[in-house]
Design a protein around this ligand. Structure first.
Ligand code: AMP
Length: 440
C-alpha cells in the first residue's frame, strides 16, 4: 500500500512526495478510514510509529477553507517541545494548502500569543494550561472546533493536566470528532477515555508496551554512579563521528552532575536538557542535537516523549526509569521510521526491581553483556548511593565536627551605644572641676 492508495487531497500527496514518504506506517493505514468516517478514535501508538501523521493526514484531508478566524482543529499535547514539533509537521504537510497554524504554550509571553491567535488561525496546537488561559480570557474562541486531537493523553494525565483538559472540553462544541492518542493504555487512561468519549473506535500500532523490533537492546550490571561514568566514557569513545547519542538520567540534578563529569572528555560535543532549563536553552539543545552540532545529549524523561530527533543511533539509559513505560518511550527515540537503533541500559543492584517491571511490561528479558575489561570500576559512592542507617530511639540533632556554635558577630558601633540619663551634677563636675551650686 502507498499513500496514493489513500483517498487524499492532491496537495497532501504533493507534500508527502516532497517529504519522500511513500508507504503509510501501520497506525497510519489502520486509522485513516476510521478517522475519515468521522468516528471518535483512540490510537494506541508509541512515538516513532508515525502517529502524528496518522491524525494530521485525515484532519487536513477533511479540512475545508473558511473565512472564519477561529480554529477548526485543536491539537492538545503535553510539552512545549511537542507543540513546536507538531506545528512544524503541519507546516510541512500544508505547503500546498492555505492553512494558518499556530502553537501556544506556557512559559512565554502571553500577549504575543494573544496577538497571533487574534489574527486568525485554522489549526491551534498547544499545551493544556496555555490553551485554557487563552480560552478563558476570550482571545481563543473554540466554538468552531470540529476536530479535537489529544496526543500523548497518558503523559498529559500523568503531568496533572486532567483538570485543565476537562475545562477545555467545556469550551468546545459538543458535536465534534475526537481523536485521542496514547502510547500506553493504563487503567487511569482507560477510565478517563470511558468517562469523556462515547464509543470510540480503537486502533493500535502495536501492543502497548511493545518495543520497536529494530532496536537492539542490551544491559550492563554496574555497581554505582562513578563506575557508570567510566563505562559511559568508554562507550562514547567507541561510537563513530556520525553517532547521535541520547543519554537518559532520572533527575535534573543528576543530569547536571553527569554533564560536568563528561564535559571534560567530550567538551563542545555534549549538551544537556531538562525542565529546569530556560525554554530557549531547551529549543537550542534539541536543534543543535538535530543538526549534529552536538552529538551527545543528556536528558531527563522530559524529552523521552514525542520529541522527534532523527537518526538517533544510541539511547543510553544511564539509570533505569522508575515508570516502566518510560523505558519504551526512551528507547523509542532511536530506531525511528524504520532505522536501526541501539539501546543500552545500566542497571545497579538497587535498580533491579525497576528492571523486572520493565521486563514484565515488554514480556521479554533484557540480554546482558559483561563490562569490558578496560573499564575501571570505582568503589566510591555518592551521597545518594550510600546505604541509609536508621538508628532506633529518639532523634537528637548531633553537632557536626566542624560546628562552631550559633552564629556570632560583633555589634555595629552605633548599636553599642548605651542610653545614659543626663546627670546635671556630673556634667558640672566635668566642666568646672567642682560642683556648681545655684546662688541663693
Ligand atoms: P511520530 O511517531 O509521529 O513521532 O513519527 C516518527 C518519524 O517518522 C517522524 O520523523 C515522521 O516524520 C516520520 N514518518 C512518519 N510517517 C512516515 C512514513 N509514512 N514514512 C516515513 N517516515 C514517516
Amino acid at each position: 500500500m502507498t499513500f496514493r492508495d489513500l483517498n487524499l487531497k492532491k496537495q497532501l500527496w504533493n507534500a508527502l512526495d516532497d517529504l519522500g514518504y511513500e508507504t503509510p506506517t501501520t497506525i497510519q493505514s489502520a486509522s485513516f478510514n476510521v478517522m475519515m468516517s468521522g468516528q471518535d478514535t483512540i490510537g494506541i501508538a508509541q512515538t516513532g510509529t508515525g502517529k502524528t501523521l496518522a491524525y494530521l493526514l485525515p484532519c487536513l484531508n477533511m479540512w475545508k477553507f473558511s473565512k472564519e478566524p477561529h480554529p477548526q482543529i485543536l491539537i492538545i499535547v503535553p510539552t512545549r517541545e511537542l507543540v513546536a514539533q507538531i506545528v512544524s509537521e503541519v507546516e510541512k504537510l500544508t505547503t500546498y494548502m492555505n492553512v494558518a497554524t499556530g502553537g501556544v504554550y506556557g512559559g512565554t509571553n502571553m500577549n504575543t500569543q494573544i496577538a497571533m491567535v487574534l489574527q486568525g488561525l485554522d489549526i491551534v496546537v498547544g499545551t493544556p494550561g496555555r490553551i485554557l488561559d487563552l480560552a478563558t480570557n476570550g482571545s481563543l474562541q473554540l466554538k468552531k472546533v470540529t476536530k479535537l486531537v489529544v496526543d500523548e493523553v497518558d503523559e498529559t494525565l500523568s503531568l496533572g493536566f486532567r483538570h485543565q483538559l476537562l475545562r477545555i472540553f467545556d469550551f468546545l462544541p459538543t458535536k465534534r470528532q475526537n481523536m485521542v492518542f496514547s502510547a500506553t493504555l493504563s487503567e487511569e487512561v482507560a477510565a478517563f477515555l470511558e468517562a469523556n468519549f462515547t464509543a470510540p473506535i480503537r486502533v493500535e500500532a502495536a501492543r502497548s508496551g511493545t518495543p520497536l523490533t529494530q532496536i537492539d537492546q542490551i544491559g550492563y550490571n554496574i555497581p554505582n554512579f562513578k563506575s557508570k561514568v567510566q563505562l559511559l566514557n568508554h562507550l562514547l569513545k567507541s561510537t563513530n563521528d556520525s553517532s547521535k547519542v541520547l543519554v537518559f538520567v532520572s533527575s535534573r540534578a543528576l543530569a547536571d552532575l553527569l554533564f560536568e563529569e563528561i564535559e571534560s572528555f567530550f567538551g563542545q560535543k555534549v549538551g544537556v536538557i531538562h525542565s529546569n532549563k530556560a525554554q530557549n536553552f531547551r529549543f537550542n539543545s534539541v536543534n543543535n542535537f538535530q543538526s549534529g552540532l552536538i552529538s551527545i545529549l543528556i536528558a531527563t524523561d522530559l524529552i523521552a516523549r514525542g520529541i522527534d530527533v532523527s537518526d538517533v543511533t544510541h539511547v543510553i539509559n544511564f539509570d533505569i526509569p522508575e515508570i516502566p513505560e518510560n523505558y519504551i518511550h526512551r528507547i523509542g527515540r532511536t530506531g525511528r521510521a524504520d532505522k536501526n537503533g541501539s539501546a543500552i541500559t545500566f542497571v545497579t543492584e538497587y535498580e533491579s526491581a525497576n528492571l523486572e517491571a520493565i521486563e514484565e511490561l515488554m514480556q521479554q528479558k533484557l540480554p546482558f553483556q559483561a563490562i569490558p575489561e578496560t573499564v575501571e570500576l570505582s568503589s566510591e559512592l555518592l551521597e545518594f548511593e550510600k546505604p541509609k542507617v536508621v538508628m532506633p530511639g529518639k532523634l537528637v540533632k548531633m553537632a557536626r565536627p566542624d560546628d562552631v556554635g550559633p552564629a556570632f558577630h560583633e555589634k555595629k558601633l552605633k548599636n553599642k551605644k548605651v542610653n545614659v540619663r543626663y546627670d546635671h551634677k556630673k556634667a558640672m563636675m566635668d566642666k568646672y572641676g567642682k560642683p556648681k551650686r545655684r546662688r541663693s
